[in-house]
Design a protein around this ligand. Structure first.
Ligand SMILES: NC(=O)c1ccc[n+]([C@@H]2O[C@H](COP(=O)([O-])OP(=O)(O)OC[C@H]3O[C@@H](n4cnc5c(N)ncnc54)[C@H](O)[C@@H]3O)[C@@H](O)[C@H]2O)c1
Length: 305
């Protein structure tokens, strides 16, 4: 284990003071992750339905680490709600959560019973959702809240329910990332990059570019930067943000970045510059649209739920 941690450049003690929750940690990759997190100083909540969870916790304690076994079925809403309270009470608020628990039975589609399909999806996808939702407030309150969702990319015969649930987990992860911060962090980064671009422009073009930005987006770049910073701080603190307003702001910002290549073409014919601007703006538009889509998705769920 030490060799492995050295190989990835992990620093002993770098997770001291943090509580890590690992589901499905009684064996396999989950157990290895729990042992590694403990070796780096984290107190580990070993979560599993199997008795072997106690042995995994014992292995960590024998090596000098701190671990507790919490028996819980991740697909059981009440059990997961209890788990998040128990972890906080018996260890501390979690700042790392690893959604690792799975069922992975092999059955061709024609032989897969509905009950088996439902159970696999319930453990692998609903379980990850329940655990994430239950611990989100703790992760948000943490200085470096970290959520790891274990996915899988290989399609193999007989694994339809497993693969379908893992594809679903990718979607959940992407939406959540945009929802709770990553998308906002990217928004802030894009605004910082646009502000830096203005600084790089020749002085006589700067006021023109700035006023063009303000005219098309409705706000000066500094206002956008301040607002996105404040929004990010709100979301990190677990407070709600005005999604409708953010979506309409994003619409204007996307329209602006999409128009930049044409604006640039009015000032230069240099193909290298035009290609670079085109590529950058397409990247910005893609990231902003992803954030917007995640917000819209979340809204639909709220509306239908
Ligand atoms: N093993 C691989 O080759 C591989 C490849 C890609 C991704 N992964 C991912 O890595 C993770 C771990 O894989 P693994 O091969 O170590 O799995 P595993 O089957 O060896 O272990 C799964 C663990 O989850 C526990 N578990 C099952 N149902 C549970 C429930 N309802 N509540 C709580 N715990 C439950 C089991 O008891 C077991 O300890 C999975 O998310 C898997 O999708 C594994």
């Amino acid at each position: 284990m030490q060799q492995l941690l050295d190989a990835v450049g992990a620093v002993p003690g770098e997770l001291a003071g943090r509580v890590a929750v690992v589901t499905g940690a009684s064996r396999g990759i989950g157990r290895a992750a729990a042992v590694a997190l403990a070796a780096l100083g984290a107190q580990v909540a070993v979560v599993d339905t199997a008795d072997a969870g106690e042995q995994a916790a014992e292995q960590i304690r024998a090596a000098g680490g701190v671990a507790r076994f919490f028996r819980a079925d991740v697909a059981d809403e009440a059990a997961v709600a209890h788990l998040s309270r128990a972890v906080r009470a018996e260890l501390d608020a979690a700042s790392i959560v690893v959604n690792n628990a799975i069922l992975c039975p092999v059955a061709p589609v024609e032989q897969m019973s509905t009950a088996l399909w439902d159970r696999v999806v319930a453990v692998n996808l609903r379980g990850a959702f329940l655990v994430t939702r239950a611990f989100l407030a703790q992760l948000r309150a943490a200085e470096k809240g970290t959520l790891v969702n274990m996915v899988s990319t290989d399609a193999m015969p007989g694994l339809s329910a497993y693969r379908a649930s893992k594809q679903g987990l990718v979607g959940l992860t992407q939406s959540l990332a945009a929802e709770v911060g990553e998308g906002l962090e990217r928004l802030k980064a894009i605004l910082d990059e646009i502000a830096a671009d203005f600084q790089r422009l020749p002085p006589f073009v700067r006021p023109l570019a700035r006023s063009g930005f303000r005219a098309r987006t409705g706000k000066a770049i500094q206002t956008w930067q301040h607002e996105s910073e404040a929004l990010l701080a709100r979301v990190r603190n677990g407070r709600p943000c005005d999604r409708a307003r953010l979506r309409s702001d994003l619409e204007r910002l996307i329209a602006y970045v999409e128009g930049v290549p044409a604006q640039t073409a009015r000032f230069t014919r240099d193909p290298a510059v035009l290609a670079e601007v085109q590529q950058r703006m397409e990247g910005y538009a893609r990231d902003l649209a992803a954030l917007q889509a995640a917000l819209a998705e979340d809204n639909r769920e709220t509306a239908s739920g």
